[in-house]
Design a protein around this ligand. Structure first.
Ligand SMILES: Cc1ncc(COP(=O)(O)O)c(C=O)c1O
Length: 424
């Protein structure tokens, strides 16, 4: 099996001259095995092609945005129609109102919507609305959860000050008592509680929200007047055709969305209930590209598809087959996988792999065979994945398990993960 990596290597070299570190952020391969390509050229459905034209079945889906399939014909047609009319203009197009109407119709807690570009914009906006609504400062969030890269939540410490986080109080996800303790610590100054849709941190097993934890968050907010914020940026519309906490029957006051709502077009949203409308009107938030019409047209088409199709049930079906067969396959090679989280957003870690050397080796061997998995981040199934993709994936992973078994005696600790030590 020979894969060309020449163009990727050449681009990396050029990038190192003109881009700090050659690449930054969540799509940097500096934390991944050497076999992972950094640069890509194209995508279609559930497939991506790297810059050297190697093809992969992609289980990262651009880290979430690819919900319905890359280059989905319906979404692209809607975007193209709008592109011919105009995109970034002196004011918004009708698509902004049409998209807000669709969100309010689909997401049961929402009475209004505001749009921005990235998930971090939406979560920072939620923080401001909670403070504007209450006139208070403190925000509770679960330790280790990711709500974006702005200074109040970026996971690494470089470039931030203690003041950036001075008003944050941490609890443990799914631990109602620690939530109550955090609320007690906030005293009369609690502005809001942030909650991820489910526990989906890197390097660890995922956990669905505990109904008692969710109900406790709601109760504390009702008792104190603080706002409950569900961060659905990563999990939105992969768990439900509604806010993800609808599955535990808890309605937030605010919810944050991004990634998948334009099926890859750059748009994010903050949704809110009437209770928070006046506060949302008070804050000043904006951006040069926040009102661009093409992503909004793509968003309208995406939400229509979400409302009208069985995309979610198909993702669950494919994810279930993948999980079941992988578990059997791992066992047949003498390994135990820890597969957690919803099947449509799988986290796959190895038992007895504290320094991730097995996971790194296995995913590297899968990438060499045309299947793009991730060794420590949750993955994403999209509506374009088929059972045939799963069958091909399993052929690659079978060979990857065998290669892992052969390489096992030579594996050492994964040095690349040192930068993450402070997070783990
Ligand atoms: C739960 C959650 N919130 C917020 C964000 C930030 O979104 P963005 O990267 O679009 O700014 C992310 C991104 O991964 C996320 O997973």
């Amino acid at each position: 099996m020979t894969r060309s990596t020449t163009r990727d290597a050449e681009l990396r070299e050029r990038a190192a001259q003109v881009i700090p570190g050659g690449m930054y952020g969540h799509e940097s391969t500096k934390w991944l095995p050497d076999e992972y390509p950094q640069f890509f050229s194209r995508a279609s459905g559930a497939r991506i092609w790297d810059i050297d034209d190697n093809e992969y079945i992609d289980f990262m889906c651009a880290f979430g945005p690819n919900l319905l399939g890359y280059n989905d014909a319906t979404i692209e047609a809607a975007a193209e129609r709008q592109r011919r009319l105009g995109d970034t203009l002196t004011g918004p197009s009708a698509a902004m109102v049409e998209l807000a109407e669709r969100f309010v119709a689909l997401v049961s807690h929402a009475d209004w919507a505001m749009f921005c570009k990235n998930g971090s914009d939406a979560t920072s906006m939620a923080l401001m609305v909670a403070r504007a609504h209450t006139g208070r400062s403190k925000i509770i969030m679960a330790r280790g959860t990711y709500h974006g890269s702005h200074t109040w939540n970026t996971p690494l410490k470089a470039g931030i000050t203690p003041e950036d986080r001075a008003n944050l109080i941490y609890c443990d996800y799914n631990d109602p008592q620690s939530l109550q303790d955090a609320a007690a610590q906030a005293g009369g100054d609690l502005a809001g509680i942030f909650a991820t849709a489910f526990r989906h941190e890197v390097f660890r097993d995922q956990a669905l929200p505990d109904p008692e934890y969710a109900a406790t968050a709601r109760r504390i907010c009702d008792e104190t007047g603080a706002l409950l914020v569900v961060d659905d940026v990563r999990a939105g519309f992969r768990i439900a055709r509604d806010c993800s906490w609808s599955v535990v029957s808890v309605q937030p006051d605010l919810s944050c969305w991004g990634k998948m709502i334009g099926n890859g077009y750059p748009i994010s949203a903050l949704l809110g209930s009437d209770k928070a409308r006046a506060a949302a009107q008070k804050i000043f938030v904006t951006g040069s590209f926040w009102f661009s019409a093409v992503p909004m047209a793509a968003g309208c088409a995406t939400l229509d598809h979400i409302r009208d199709s069985d995309y979610l049930e198909r993702m669950v079906r494919v994810g279930t087959v993948l999980r079941d067969r992988l578990q059997q396959q791992a066992a047949s090679h003498g390994y135990t996988l820890r597969q957690t989280g919803p099947v449509q957003m799988p986290q796959i870690l190895f038992e007895e792999d504290p320094d991730f050397r097995r996971g790194f080796c296995w995913t590297a061997e899968a990438v060499k065979r045309g299947v793009y998995l991730h060794p420590f981040h949750n993955m994403f199934v999209c509506a374009a994945h088929t059972e045939d993709d799963v069958r091909r994936t399993l052929e690659a992973t079978d060979a990857a398990f065998e290669a892992l078994r052969n390489r096992e005696p030579t594996l050492g600790p994964v040095e690349k993960l040192a930068a993450f030590a402070e997070m783990r």
